[in-house]
Design a protein around this ligand. Structure first.
Ligand code: SAM
Length: 414
């Protein structure tokens, strides 16, 4: 037996001796480190043996929760004799109630995005030789999207090793790593190499990246932590480094939720496999228009699938029409330019192209985020576009198609 393996074994057997009856991670019981929900409203700080948390109903004793079954709502008494209920928060409650540095993608939008990626994993088969499913999420921020993505892929991976999680990475100062810690890290490294699906999450801010990782560990004993690789740094640098290591594209999907996203996605493109999906999440439709313009101007190998507005009360997203096109009037030789009201255009480059940017059905604009979804293609999408434009232009045909011929003859100018 190697030195490292025996160090892990003695570390694990020491942990097992501490609580002989319980497996290392029993997901059917509340455990130290979990953040639990009290009376459906209060997300408790991570459970810790011997700790109490003060609340309006009196002290909550963590020891009265640790080790209890999670199968049904737990009832405990506060120090003032109030009966309190305790259960695991849903992922939605966890994301919205946990302390944050940055605005997360709220659970309903994160779930929508994951659904758009159409992830269908099969249970891990160790003999399978196909490359793992790899998805990039940047920036990590609060960790909400990373958790939602991890939930979708976790079933593809073999059961994680029954050893403790390695110590959280520390801030940038030297720390001594003991022999058993190094052995533990090695055990996890070996297991991670066997995964069939992985979420790579990248965060520029060291403090926020570590906070997200810590937070993810406090949801149901870190249920999703093993399926996520946490990286600190600029997403562009991460992509360059990985591409240099791998020598080929390896990402099956990418979700970018960061400022100035138009500066980053062209770089990430190189690491995307053909047919991989690119999802950009932005606060405004204008940002997605910028991205579409860039794709068109640079002839990037991306084909738009859809642009959707997400907001409160829009249950399945409002579909937008965002594209650069040549209007029919202009595609005819000798035709005069369209009036300013006929397109939300930016024709400053004199190319004759206009930017269409309007909701496909509704006229009203309300708050919320926007997602644009593209697919990487080997064909230049503008080749297709040009032929469509020559065949009569996109403006008129789109209006008939999108709005069911309900009489909108002019694009609006959002
Ligand atoms: C809105 S937050 C992301 C929220 C996250 N999607 C979630 O679900 O919780 C944007 C994050 O991107 C990070 N960021 C900004 N520029 C970045 C870059 N070039 N590379 C990596 N992360 C970046 C920011 O520090 C911030 O934490």
């Amino acid at each position: 037996m190697s030195k490292a393996a025996s160090a892990v074994r003695s570390f694990v057997s020491a942990a097992a001796k501490a609580s002989p009856a319980a497996p290392l991670r029993d997901f059917g019981r509340f455990a130290e480190g979990d953040r639990v929900l009290v009376n459906d409203v209060k997300l408790l700080d991570p459970l810790k043996q011997g700790k109490t948390t003060e609340w309006k109903y009196g002290h909550i004793n963590h020891d009265s929760i640790i080790g209890a079954s999670t199968r049904s709502r737990l009832k405990i008494l506060s120090s003032r004799g109030a009966t309190l209920t305790v259960n695991h928060p849903t992922l939605e409650q966890f994301v919205s109630l946990s302390p944050r540095h940055v605005t997360p993608i709220y659970a309903q939008y994160a779930a929508f995005i994951v659904n758009q990626l159409d992830i269908n994993v099969s249970p891990a088969a160790s003999s399978s030789s196909s490359p793992p499913l790899e998805i990039l999420d940047a920036g990590t921020g609060h960790g909400s999207l990373a958790m939602h993505l991890a939930r979708a892929i976790a079933a593809a991976n073999p059961a994680p090793p029954s050893v403790p999680y390695p110590r959280m990475p520390q801030a940038n100062f030297a720390t001594t790593i003991t022999q058993s810690e190094a052995a533990l890290a090695d055990e996890w490294k070996q297991w991670k190499a066997e995964r069939k699906a992985v979420i790579h999450t990248v965060e520029a801010q060291d403090v926020w990246g570590r906070a997200a990782e810590r937070l993810i560990r406090s949801f149901r004993q870190g249920l999703y932590w093993p399926h996520i690789d946490f990286n600190i740094g600029n997403v562009d640098d991460w992509v360059d480094q990985k591409l240099a290591e791998r020598g080929q594209a390896f990402l099956s999907a990418v979700v970018l939720d960061l400022p100035d996203v138009h500066l980053h996605f062209p770089r990430v493109l190189a690491a995307m496999e053909e047919d991989a999906k690119l999802v950009l999440y932005t606060a405004s439709i204008t940002q997605l228009c910028e991205c579409e313009k860039l794709i068109d101007a640079q002839g990037l190998p991306l084909k738009q699938e859809k642009v959707v507005e997400l907001g409160s009360g829009i249950s399945d997203g409002r579909v937008w029409n965002v594209r650069v096109t040549v209007p029919r009037a202009r595609s005819r030789p000798g035709a005069s330019p369209p009036t300013p009201s006929s397109a939300s255009s930016d024709d400053s480059d004199g190319s004759g192209k206009v930017m269409i940017c309007r909701p496909k059905v509704f006229e009203r604009l309300i708050g919320g985020g926007f997602i644009g979804i593209w697919r990487k293609t080997s064909a230049r999408p503008d080749v297709e576009k040009t032929s469509t434009a020559q065949g009569g232009g996109e403006l008129d045909s789109e209006q008939g198609e999108d709005e069911g011929g309900r009489g909108h003859s002019e694009p609006d100018s959002h």
